[in-house]
Design a protein. Sequence first.
Length: 100
Amino acid sequence: MKTIALSLISAAALALSSTAFGAKEYQVTGPVVDVSDKMITVMKGSEKWEIARDSNTKVNGDVKKGDKVTVHYWMTAKSVDVKASDKKDEKASPSASPKK
């Protein structure tokens, strides 16, 4: 029983630390142009910022069109595609070795 409790506490601490020390937090402030349970759109100057949200998003109050809000968010990569570089590794190239 103690092992399970310790495991749960460790998992929670790891999850919180990755959120707290992970990506940089950003924010955008402006009037709400559109809002749904999956997205909020905020007008910043002449640009519309569409930011995804889910059931874990904390919302203080009832957000509706026209309300001025500040949205705090993190940028998170969904995928990374790696393509081979055309450059040859200079360390492996014989021309890169120092001349004697």
